[in-house]
Design a protein around this ligand. Sequence first.
Ligand code: CA
Length: 254
Amino acid sequence: MKLEACAWTDPGPVRDNNEDAYHLDEDNGLFIVADGMGGHAAGEVASRIAVETLRELLTGDDLDPDETRLDRQVGDPGDVLRERLRYAMNQASARIRKESLDHAMYAGMGTTVAVLLIEGGQAHVAHVGDSRVYLIRDGTLARLTRDHTVVQQEIDAGRLTPELARTVPHRNYLTQSVGYHGPVEPDTITRPIEPGDIFILCSDGVTDPLDDRQIAAYASDSDATDLAERLVREALAGGGEDNITAVVVRVSDG
Ligand code: CA
């Protein structure tokens, strides 16, 4: 199957820098969005290290000995890939943490990571933080990630409704992030892909101003090649003040 991807990012109307980072690699089926946080330029550094580390470890030819050991231990190809994703996330976290300990100006930096790896007819998704991955299939939008946020925990516990959660001031507090928290436990899932599938990876700059219903509506009346730009523009129009990033991946025959 063929993959076509596009991305759009905007610093938003308030910030003069963009701490979001993204990566598109149609040949290797690797797509990433990372939303960095930290003072000064630290957020940009964290998200860039995360993207670079994942790119290196998930597409590089030089496999780490630890990784090779993992490949031998786990038999199922899906398990192997999910284990590689977890390993790459933790390597990224260790590198960011080291940078933040070595340089005072980077103290406390971290980043979300949402990654989609398409291989062998399967989509493998891993994430840490509140950047999301959606799948649109047959016109229906499904959220493939569950935010690592305090409010998501409160929703899960029945103490907060999803509607109310969108309005509370602490809605962006993360329960884990790559770098800041050291070792991370990404959630991973695998789904078979089908022609016509559209994946969206995005930072909370998109999902803060836009709810899932709006994202589904924009997806249904946009060409997939324009959807990333459309989502960013609608998020800006919806009052988004954060950095805003969307990556859209379309699966087709051929
Ligand atoms: Ca953000």
